[in-house]
Ligand binder design. Sequence first.
Ligand SMILES: NC(=O)c1ccc[n+]([C@@H]2O[C@H](COP(=O)([O-])OP(=O)(O)OC[C@H]3O[C@@H](n4cnc5c(N)ncnc54)[C@H](OP(=O)(O)O)[C@@H]3O)[C@@H](O)[C@H]2O)c1
Length: 329
Amino acid sequence: MNRYLLPVSVLGTMVGGAVLFKDYVTGGVCPSKSTIPGKTVIVTGANTGIGKYTALELAKRGGNIILACRDMEKCEAAAKDIRGETLNHRVNARHLDLASLKSIREFAAKIIKEEERVDILVNNAAVMRCPHWTTEDGFEMQFGVNHLGHFLLTNLLLDKLKASAPSRIINVSSLAHIAGHIDFDDLNWQKRKYNTKEAYCQSKMAVVLFTKELSRQLQGTGVTVNAVHPGVARTELGRHTGMHNSAFSSFMLGPFFWLLFKSPQLAAQPSTYLAVAEELEGVSGKYFDGLKEKAPAPEAEDEEIARRLWAESTRLVGLDVSRGSSVKG
Ligand SMILES: NC(=O)c1ccc[n+]([C@@H]2O[C@H](COP(=O)([O-])OP(=O)(O)OC[C@H]3O[C@@H](n4cnc5c(N)ncnc54)[C@H](OP(=O)(O)O)[C@@H]3O)[C@@H](O)[C@H]2O)c1
């Protein structure tokens, strides 16, 4: 009996240590118990991963949830799952393809016409490290979807968000923004050799800069906007990377992934927290790493770059600046 005591206690310590380490690395759950009955929430890219669990967490809190996705079959299936799990029947699927300015305009027009209010907008959808694809309007895909698509969507919904104030916008960025740089000479990768990683990092840098400039413009309106890194999670985000598709990495690195990666449910906690926490009332223009506010990379704090990116984005998506948040055509 005694000869098993040592190995068993060593194993127990290792397992306990691994669980504690995992909790430390992967972060905590949203501490707020706030509910949001009567509030309307839009979550982009909500058919899977972090977006789906963000929608689920907010549905549990009683919101009227709109899942905004490009694939309606997956979107309806996610909405059904969330209704089933939360017993909140005000969870609905709507079509939104962020790689199409036309689709974004159609989605926004429908929301403006059919919804009385928009209290929470979670700009969550993203594509990571895809091949050198372009959107319907010719923008490099990662910059086009992750930044420009959400830039246009948010601007189109601003009047509704202002009319529903206090309201909140959550821009899901990534720690990867720290390796990002905005190349104003070639925002859409037409001159440089395409680099999938750098393109993702640039798009996530753009998301933080957009947050900063939007927050400045929204001062005094009751609408807040913050950016967040949700943590590293086991989702479909790596679908375009070799690592995600390799059986070797799934099998051999599985235990490390378990230890170091969050579940999508846990990775949805920071967006949920930013959407509902009472203590964040009025907090705007900040970057959160998980549940904690942190300084983003120096370039993301540069007001000059943020303003220049705003001006370029406005031009690229065809926003009519003379008409505030409304657009041409
Ligand atoms: N997972 C991580 O480790 C991690 C780390 C840092 C930051 N993030 C950020 O967290 C957010 C959620 O990512 P995730 O990990 O949950 O990834 P995911 O599982 O791949 O989900 C991404 C979502 O975005 C949607 N999407 C992609 N292109 C779209 C388009 N053109 N129009 C509308 N929706 C589109 C996807 O729809 P389809 O299913 O139809 O493709 C999917 O619903 C992203 O902003 C990501 O950058 C994630």
